[in-house]
Write a protein that binds this ligand. Sequence first.
Ligand code: ATP
Ligand code: MG
Length: 198
Amino acid sequence: MSARRLGVMGGTFDPVHNGHLVAASEVQHRFGLDEVIFVPTGQPWQKANRAVSRAEDRYLMTVIATASNPVFSVSRVDIDRGGQTYTVDTLRDLRAEYPDDELFFITGADALEQILTWRDVDELFDLAHFIGVTRPGYQLHDHHLPQGRVSLVEVTAMAISSTTCRERVQRGEPVWYLMPDGVVRYIDKRKLYTQPQS
Ligand code: ATP
Ligand code: MG
């Protein structure tokens, strides 16, 4: 079998929302990717001073959100490794699992900003081609990024973040149409995000 082109979309996905899905869908189309693998992060002790939902809940929401798309899938590599996730570990594991395939790591403008501060940055660019997507409220620019290893893509603006989704649920405001219906129902079923966000 010839090399496949695999997108990798890492995230906390607490919860997954339509901004993630639109970005992955657009990049899949533009780059002719055979598959986009969503990779929920392992369980950090906390993220920006708040408790992160259980890995299994974040994993299941991601499965629910992607299940109907034949070119979307979900990987447990970061969840099963556990602890804080470093993208270099994600890409090493996926490279080992798919040694003959080409990896494209998809990241929003906010995360791309921090890319040079990431662990083992030189190895990162050897493991995957990076695709930065536009995100409302953040600037996408390519200075300092290694030539030829990063592509920037404009995607339909979805001014949605997991943070605002959690806050809306906590305040009892609707999140319908910000994420797939099944994710809204799962949040309600498990009573996620009902505690005040600190
Ligand atoms: P939080 O508010 O908890 O940080 P988030 O909405 O930023 O959540 P993450 O799980 O942190 O979601 O993001 C995973 C990836 O998706 C990151 O690369 C992020 O930049 C990207 N992303 C998230 N929301 C959007 C959006 N609305 N448009 C484009 N990219 C997005
Ligand atoms: Mg984020």
